[in-house]
Each structure stands twice: as C-alpha cells, then as structure tokens.
Design a protein around this ligand. Sequence first.
Ligand code: AMP
Length: 311
Amino acid sequence: MSFNHGCKDGPVLIVGSVAYDSVRTPFGEVQEALGGAASYSSVAASFFAPVRLVGVVGEDFAEQHVAALAKRNIDLAGLQRAPGKTFRWSGYYEFDLGHAHTTATELNVFQDFRPSLPESYRDSPYLFLANIEPTLQLSVLDQVRRPKLVVCDTMNFWIEHAKDKVLEVLARCDIALMNDAEARELCGEPNLIAAGRRLLNYGPGTIIIKKGEHGAVMMTHDSYFSAPGYPLEELKDPTGAGDTFAGGLVGYLARCGQTDEETMRRAIIAGSVMASFTVEDFSLNRLFALTPEEIAERYHEIVAMTRFGGL
Ligand code: AMP
C-alpha cells in the first residue's frame, strides 16, 4: 500500500546523485552502502506519488539496488549505466550528528554524465533537482516542458565550487531548499532570517531552510512557518535526512496537486516525518522497511505535539 493511490497530480521527476556511501557515526559504520540524493529523495517521494529518476551509475552498481528502487515503483528509464565506477561519498559524523565531515567525494561516472531525458519524462509536472552538479540540474530543467513546480536543493560542495551555477538554478526554481549552514554560506549572512530574505531575492518564491534535528522554516515574501523536528531518541545516521525531507515534501505536493500555504505546511511536516525515519538506520534501510501506517502515525503525533490555543 502507498499514499500515491490518491495522487491527484502527475509524477515527480528527480535528478541527483545515486551513490555508494561509506559512513561512520558514533553508532556504527557502513562501507559502500546505497546512498545518494536521488536515491533517498526518490524512495521518500514514492510513498506519495509516482517517481521518475534521472541519474547515472557505473558498472559496479548492484542489480540488487536496481531491484530495490524498482520495487518502490520508481521509473528507472532515466537511470543510465555508464562505463566506470558509481559516484562515491565518504564521511563521518561526530557525537552531535549535526554536521557531516566529508572525507572523499569521487564523482566517477558523474564526471562525464550528460543527462538526456527519455521522451516519456519530458512532460513531468513536478521537478526535483536534488543535490548534484548544478550544470546537470540546469540541463534537466532545460529538457522538461513547462513543469508546474520546480524544487531545488544543493550543498556546500557546489556552493564552494560552482556558486554562479547554483545561483542560476535558484533563479529558475519555485522552491529552494538548503540547510542553515548552506544558506549562511551562500549569502555570506550569519542571520538565518536575513539569509532567507536574500535567497528570496535570487528568484524562488519560497525558501525552505532545513535545521537538522531542529526542524525547518519556510519563508515567502509575505509568510513564515516554522516546523519542529520529530523528537527522536535513537538515531544512527543522519545521512540522507535532507534528501528524504525533500522527497517527502515534493511527493506530498504532487499527491495534493496544489501548493497553497496550507498544503505547503503539511508537505513540510510530511518531509520531516520521512526524514525522521531515515536517520533511524544506515543507508536506506529504514525507508525500504517503512509502511504508510507508520508515516501517518508519526504525522499525527507531530500535529498533536504542536497544537496550541490562542492567547
Ligand atoms: P544529505 O541529505 O545532505 O545528508 O545528503 C547525503 C547524500 O548526499 C549522500 O548519500 C551522498 O551520497 C550525497 N552527496 C554527498 N556529496 C555529494 C555531492 N557533492 N554531490 C551530490 N551528492 C552528494
């Protein structure tokens, strides 16, 4: 069962990294486990809407991982297999789990990747440009005919290596997601609210700033919303939390077929709920075992937790 039986609008096209991650946290470690921004976000979105994935993997990408994605009903016509090795990321987290320390980024097959969308993808109404080199995000954006909603994400690596291109992506999207440190870095602005305002001036009508375990804030030119993080007591690995949040958010919006303020607020809670599951285990293990009932239960817990009356 999945929430996407009630999906009111069309599929979500997602481009981003499909990776093998080696990650160490105070609670354990994994070597070359399935990861990547597109993997996390596609699986999260697939609970709410049909998903089309665009990305590239190398000859070493295991059939078992293709099958795991396909089993979530993710369309893999846009996942190319190229000579060479799959993208790899290695990193570790210290005790507070708040900050990923990158030890290695190997672009491998992403180095020469030129996305060419299957014809069947070009009318996708929802587009999520997950974390990957911004020129690849732009190339995908160029190939989709008048999408209804474009959402983008990025990370410090691209802000440091390709800031102009990151700004070009921002200028062409409706919703920009980033974490608090990235927002400060991109804007050169220590105050998060001021950074959010500046990001709005780059083009997107909505900015969502993710604050890790502390939730997320959404800003538009005339509204502000703050969502809490789900109070988890046991978490193992924060890798992919941001991507999962984004996938849940975009999938939820596609399911509802609208992006008014109320729907956006619910989508942010849906994203937070999805992210809270991802961090309970390494890689996509928890997401692959997740049920819609568990999602609904946690969503309602957050609603109950944040309800309060008027003065
Ligand atoms: P996050 O949601 O921010 O924790 O994203 C973690 C995922 O981002 C990991 O699964 C990595 O494979 C992926 N990743 C790390 N560095 C990069 C990069 N430079 N470009 C694209 N994806 C990356």
